[in-house]
Design a protein around this ligand. Structure first.
Ligand SMILES: [Zn+2]
Length: 55
């Protein structure tokens, strides 16, 4: 199961180990200041949708 990761460089959530936008190494621990679970859940749904649409 992939954990959601966070690019500190461009404030983007991703599932990749490196940011697809800037190549910066992402971190597992997303900063909590933006939200609590709400934003993370939103991005998780969004990313899941994008993953499904890839094929
Ligand atoms: Zn980035």
């Amino acid at each position: 199961m992939n954990r959601i990761r966070f690019c500190r460089n461009c404030n983007t959530y991703t599932l990749k180990k490196t940011c697809q936008k800037c190549g910066f190494e992402t971190e597992i621990n997303a900063p909590q200041k933006y939200s609590k679970d709400e934003t993370v859940a939103y991005y998780r749904r969004k990313l899941k949708k994008e993953e499904l649409n890839k094929s």
